[in-house]
Design a protein around this ligand. Structure first.
Ligand code: ADE
Length: 241
């Protein structure tokens, strides 16, 4: 590393920073961090609690189950983390009520230099946190996770792949699923040529690049069409959140 500022920085505010640091210490993200291309920092919201027991949540006004994250520690944490580095980060709140994460949104996020991601737990955030910070609210789908950490990791994982230099071969994001809206990638094969009676399609073994490209295009089209049919026949999968 030459000490240069990474092209992309993510700060994650969470009650479970180890989830994020564990994830950041593996695989592609680990390599991108050690190459100085990306920085990921996890911050424990509890460190900004003024309560002697470090509480950050309380019961909801009006009654109901569960606990709600309080304004003060979350907003104090957010403002302190924003001030850690000069360039301001785009605030992102992980919530099932947010804009659905898809490849278009991932591309938009990858043009940012810095994201500051808020992860909730329990029954959610006091709504005034949203009103004060005015974050981009993002959902990874119409289901509820136990907290925002796994959704945040999905967002980071999809986004860092688009940061120049993170993938060895810059072209490898061009061909893949969803790089065109709704377009899924063609099937891939490697050795052995025959596995349990399932043979690799002959066209891939013949060395005819034109024929391979044509076959892949057809396969990709057929797969994408099947994806559309699957969504159409399952109204739940198409519902927007
Ligand atoms: N937090 C809990 N569930 C979530 C979801 N589906 N997307 C984003 N954040 C969440």
């Amino acid at each position: 590393m030459d000490g240069a500022v990474p092209r992309f920085r993510v700060d994650v505010l969470t009650l479970f920073p180890e989830l994020i640091t564990g994830y950041a210490s593996q695989s592609l993200l680990k390599l991108a961090i050690s190459a100085g291309l990306v920085a990921v920092e996890a911050w424990n919201i509890r460190d900004w609690s003024k309560d002697k027991h470090q509480r950050v949540d309380d019961r909801p006004f009006g009654g109901g189950p569960g606990m709600v994250l309080m304004c003060e520690p979350v907003i104090d944490a957010y403002e302190a983390v924003q001030a850690k580095v000069e360039r301001p980060g785009l605030p992102v709140m992980m919530t099932p009520a947010g804009r659905r994460l898809d490849q278009r949104l991932v591309e938009e996020l990858a043009t940012s230099e810095r994201l500051v991601i808020l992860c909730g737990r329990y029954e959610g955030f006091d709504d005034r946190i949203r009103q004060v910070i005015r974050p981009l609210e993002v959902s990874i789908g119409d289901y509820v996770c136990n907290g925002g950490e796994v959704p945040a990791m999905a967002l980071i994982d999809a986004t860092i792949r688009l940061i120049p230099g993170v993938l060895g071969d810059a072209e490898s994001t061009e061909d893949e699923s969803h790089s065109e809206p709704g377009r899924l990638e063609y099937p891939q094969y490697t050795r052995p040529r025959d596995y349990r009676g399932l043979a690799v399609p002959d066209v891939l073994l013949g060395g005819n690049h034109g024929a391979v490209a044509k076959w892949r295009e057809e396969q990709s089209r057929a797969r994408s069409q099947r994806g559309v049919e699957r969504t159409d026949s399952n109204p739940g999968a198409a519902a927007s959140g």
